[in-house]
Design a protein around this ligand. Structure first.
Ligand SMILES: Nc1ncnc2c1ncn2[C@@H]1O[C@H](COP(=O)(O)OP(=O)(O)OP(=O)(O)O)[C@@H](O)[C@H]1O
Ligand SMILES: O=P(O)(O)OC[C@H]1O[C@](O)(CO)[C@@H](O)[C@@H]1O
Length: 324
């Protein structure tokens, strides 16, 4: 535990934006003000940390933005921070501006960045998991995942309407990078006929078995994660090989899943984790991520966090049951 007094916190969002980031920033601003701490917003993730691209954050302004998607601090994927030279420049910027602690909201890449930074910088860092992918250990859900799933299901429901009207096969690709969480949640909750995720080797076999019996008098919906090793195009050609008469379309939902107002769950997650991040810094914690496990706030060291959050056996069993 650290004992140095913290008077000035810097906060930034990094990696892909995710709904709920603005709610977390509002909570951080509230908690900082309540504790008499100066708060500086760092724009464009690690890019702003390197360049000293700063802004002041005040609770009344953030209050009006906490229900919105995206991130008011902007975000970036920074090549320069991957290099030691960039990290050294960031360290210099922190010292020049008398920032004595950092809160980062981002995904596993962002926390890998903080781990690399901690080799040359001994200031305390706390992370908040903000990514739609839900691919982070140490929290049941990441900020933005619930909103992204809700956006995906709203769109898949719409696709079902047209698919049923035309008796078509639809392959809907959803985001998630290497993680199948968005596909699994959106596929199960929209009654998809098949769900393909990177974590399962059997899902494609279930699909082929099922599509053989497809009677062309109904819709057939496939939800495929972008990280699945087979991919939407190959799935399409395999289905056509089995049945050349199928009327098939591919829809890639893409970045629509990242935007939009955060769900109630993501707003609450942002508020809880934002306040906790400030409190944990003041408690002397460092190099840890705040998460929510079993509905309790939980701290996990960054080294643990960057190991991928796996789709668990219960969810895999559901995938099997609903795919057959
Ligand atoms: N090993 C590393 N060393 C230094 N910096 C890193 C490292 N890995 C990632 N970063 C920094 O963290 C940034 C954010 O990582 P990344 O682009 O992977 O997004 P992320 O935080 O995983 O979010 P998302 O899940 O939304 O994509 C990178 O652009 C890079 O600047
Ligand atoms: O917007 P970009 O940089 O193309 O990144 C897309 C990736 O970011 C995410 O939206 C969040 O990590 C992934 O689901 C997706 O693979």
């Amino acid at each position: 535990m650290r004992t140095n007094k913290i008077e000035h916190i810097g906060v930034f969002t990094s990696g892909g934006d995710s709904p709920g980031m603005n709610a977390a920033l509002y909570a951080i601003a509230k908690a900082a003000k309540a504790n008499g701490i100066k708060l500086t917003g760092i724009r464009k993730g690690y890019e702003g940390l390197i360049d000293g691209d700063f802004t002041t954050l005040k609770p009344p302004e953030l209050q009006k933005l906490s229900h919105t998607g995206g991130t008011m601090l902007k975000t970036a994927r920074s090549k320069r921070f991957m290099e030691l030279e960039g990290r050294k420049k960031a360290l210099q910027t922190l010292h020049t501006n008398n920032i004595d602690a950092l809160i980062a909201i981002g995904g596993d890449g962002t926390f890998k960045g903080l781990l690399a930074f901690s080799e040359i910088c001994d200031l305390p860092f706390i992370g908040i998991p903000g990514t739609i992918d839900n691919d982070i250990s140490g929290t049941d859900y990441t900020l933005g995942f619930d909103s992204a799933v809700n956006t995906a299901i709203e769109n898949i429901d719409k696709i079902r309407d047209t698919a049923e009207s035309h008796n078509r096969v639809f392959i809907v690709e959803v985001m998630g990078r290497d993680s199948g969480y968005i596909a699994l949640h959106s596929g199960l909750t929209t009654g998809a006929d098949a769900i393909l995720i990177p974590e399962s080797g059997k899902d494609f076999i279930y699909l082929l078995d099922k599509v053989k019996n497809y009677d062309s008098e109904d819709a057939f919906l496939v939800v495929v994660s972008e990280g699945d090793e087979i991919g939407a195009e190959l799935v399409s050609s395999k289905i056509k090989e089995l049945n050349i008469n199928v009327d098939l379309r591919i829809t890639k939902l893409g970045h629509v899943q990242r935007g939009g107002n955060p769900s109630a769950m993501d707003r609450m997650l942002g508020i809880r984790m934002g306040v906790a991040a400030v409190e944990q810094l003041l408690n002397g914690n460092s190099n840890k991520m705040v998460g929510v496990l079993n509905n309790q706030l939980h701290l996990t060291p960054f080294e643990e966090v960057v190991k991928q959050h796996q789709v668990n056996d219960e969810l895999k069993a559901l995938l099997k049951l609903f795919s057959k």
